[in-house]
Unconditional design. Structure first.
Length: 276
């Protein structure tokens, strides 16, 4: 089987449908493994049993679900064979709640942070629950001080959204700009025109947690969980939180909830309780 041809056709179709590059890369990675192990001479000749047998080899549920999604997407988009997956259900994913930090533990991380850039990273992740990809793609032009909002452009699922700009962030951002003078991206890389990397962000978060003496596994996305958990503890409506988070869930009525600029400005970020 000429894998490269099938993969390239799939990539081009995904780009045409405006899928995020990260999603395309993940699909392609899974498809490369699947096709390389297939004994069929062409994808259209692959039977349900071969797909089931392949998925059974993937003992980790998350991995199995990733492969399932990628293979299903290929057969649906390229071959138009939706029915092939009619009797191949997703593996059940165990629902585990993340162990979040308390407000006091988040405060410890801020208290031990002496580097202005690192404090900006921590503040933006925690104040409005940004994903790491949203953080490193954030540009100065996306920060609207007149309306006290941050515009998140082309986030997960290629959707734009708006989150609140916490008042205590403004002097911190001003100090950061004086020190680093980044011109395009808020977090610039080793060259101003380059972005900061997600790996660097992860290292900053991990180092601050260690320095603060936290005996928990602290990673970048955990701060997003902390942000929304602490908002909920403040009594903020779950539908507002879902909108701020950029979640899409057809099973909930919150998909029909629309947040106005006025409502966003009234939401108090958990960062307001932190001394920067």
């Amino acid at each position: 089987m000429n894998i490269s041809v099938h993969i390239e056709n799939f990539k081009q179709e995904m780009k045409r449908r405006n899928y995020a590059q990260n999603s395309i890369d993940n699909y392609v990675s899974c498809l490369n493994v699947f096709f390389s192990q297939s004994k069929s001479d062409h994808p259209k000749n692959i039977h349900e049993k071969e797909i089931k047998d392949f998925l059974c080899k993937k003992e980790i549920v998350n991995t199995q679900r990733n492969y399932h999604s990628a293979i299903k997407k290929y057969f649906d988009v390229i071959l138009g064979q939706k029915d092939k997956f009619k009797y191949i259900p997703y593996a059940r994913k165990e629902q585990k709640l993340p162990i979040v930090l308390s407000v006091e533990e988040v405060q410890k991380m801020f208290s031990v942070c002496e580097n202005t850039k690192h404090k900006v990273i921590l503040a933006l992740l925690y104040s409005c629950g940004l994903r790491v990809s949203e953080l490193i793609n954030l540009k100065w032009q996306h920060i609207d001080r007149s309306r006290m909002i941050i515009n998140i452009i082309q986030a997960k699922g290629n959707k734009d959204r708006q989150v609140m700009l916490t008042p205590s962030l403004i002097p911190l951002l001003e100090q950061y700009y004086k020190e680093y003078k980044s011109k395009v991206y808020v977090l610039n890389g080793w060259k101003d025109e380059l972005q900061y990397t997600d790996r660097s962000v992860g290292q900053v978060v991990k180092q601050l947690a260690t320095k603060a003496g936290l005996n928990k596994r602290v990673y970048t996305h955990l701060l997003r969980h902390c942000s929304f958990t602490h908002m909920m503890e403040q009594g903020i409506d779950i539908n507002l939180i879902q909108k701020i988070a950029g979640h899409s869930n057809v099973k909930t009525t919150s998909i029909y909830t629309h947040i106005s600029h006025n409502l966003i400005s009234k939401i108090q970020s958990p960062l307001s309780a932190i001394r920067l």
